[in-house]
Unconditional design. Sequence first.
Lengths: 111, 114
Amino acid sequence: GNSVTQMEGPVTLSEEAFLTINCTYTATGYPSLFWYVQYPGEGLQLLLKATKADDKGSNKGFEATYRKETTSFHLEKGSVQVSDSAVYFCALSPNTDKLIFGTGTRLQVFP
Amino acid sequence: DAGVIQSPRHEVTEMGQEVTLRCKPISGHNSLFWYRQTMMRGLELLIYFNNNVPIDDSGMPEDRFSAKMPNASFSTLKIQPSEPRDSAVYFCASRIQGPNQPQHFGDGTRLSIL
């Protein structure tokens, strides 16, 4: 079946540190991959997406590369800010209407 | 641009009461999703519609839950009777149906059943 596995949180970093949040997936076929971010008290917002192998999605300094050989879509940012503190969700769409979400990873950035 | 609009933002009511949550999708979007989020179970898909027609309601927990989409710009999720274990944040999301199209979420309704 289709599933997404994310690293357990919370991830705690100092401002300007490098961020990696790991995401691996299991899917049949060629799914699209997404990262969503949820700030406190808000809904999920699309952060970036990639639709085929070797695509790199990027937005607001965040990047993720669709790696079919390792079935991964790790989220990275070179220098985090306090305002990046949120919960990050990796998700896949197996070319159906539904999204399959990971459990979310909480990021806490301290000044 | 207006995003997905949900109302109310917060609802507190006593068990046994009927609760109605409302959602207005983004104009032009023809797929609509209802989710529930709790600490214990994370994000769960309850039901989704394409072109106002329910496609998959396998996530609806019990017969106490029902959802309707009478037209392209409005949907409701109803719980009757409500129970304390229904307390959660309920999200509505919409998208343009098609490959690689992302879902866009509202800010949710925080529901507390006393």
